[in-house]
Design a protein around this ligand. Sequence first.
Ligand code: MN
Length: 287
Amino acid sequence: MRKVGIYYAFWTHEWDVDFVPFIKKVGKLGFDQLELNGGTIVHMKAQEQRDLKQLADDQGITLSYGIGLQKFFDVASLDETVRRCGLDFMKKMIDSVANMGGGMIGGTIHGYWPSTLPEELDSKESCWAQSIKSMKELAPYAGDHNVLLNVEVINRFEQFLVNDSHEALAYVQEVDHPSCRILLDTFHMNIEEDSFGDAIRRVGPYLAAFHLGETNRKTPGTGRIPWVEIKQALDDIGFDGPMVMEPFVMQGGQIGRDIGVWRDIVKDPDLDALASESAKFVRENLV
Ligand code: MN
């Protein structure tokens, strides 16, 4: 049974927040899983991390972790000092997640976010090579710590390394380690893929996690993403990973800025009701 999850940032304007209220309420809203900001977890004390994990266990909630690495932690940097800083940061995050019983870290873990090709370059080969070199070091480390690293396929306006399912497949096959897998996100797929179904079938067994969102990042079930086609493809590949919705409907704060929300996507939203209705939609149509 595919788990249904949600990213905590649906409710917040800032990345660094107290996760406790969200762990306490998402189960009641219909979710099995909550995705947290891995960057916040890293800076928590070991005991605080374990307390958070205990609370999630008590609520029956699985935790997963998302991150868009910052520029000074760019594991694809041509500057070896920056790349090493990125590796150290990622290893700290892996240590933190291991301390919380292990799990999945997904997102822009293969470069930084948001980013574009460095001015001095005409093509991305050198950055790609640096990223692969980093991941070949991080994946075994993750494997030793009961952590799975899921490279998220991000659209061209936010990242330049892995934009579609073809590139994602090439990337994980080059890393060639079972602890490096793929995260597809319907919001990004809508921009880059010729076909939702073909993209899912292309990455097949490498797909470890799936992000759900409409074309404008509203809650799943409220827009025009082809959910029937997606469900069929997930069934075709026997996908049994988590499906985590990642809606953003509020402007304001650092999150509104980073995500590019410049208007209230939903006027005066009742966020809990939207989340709950969407969880029901996902359970009825995608699980
Ligand atoms: Mn995503």
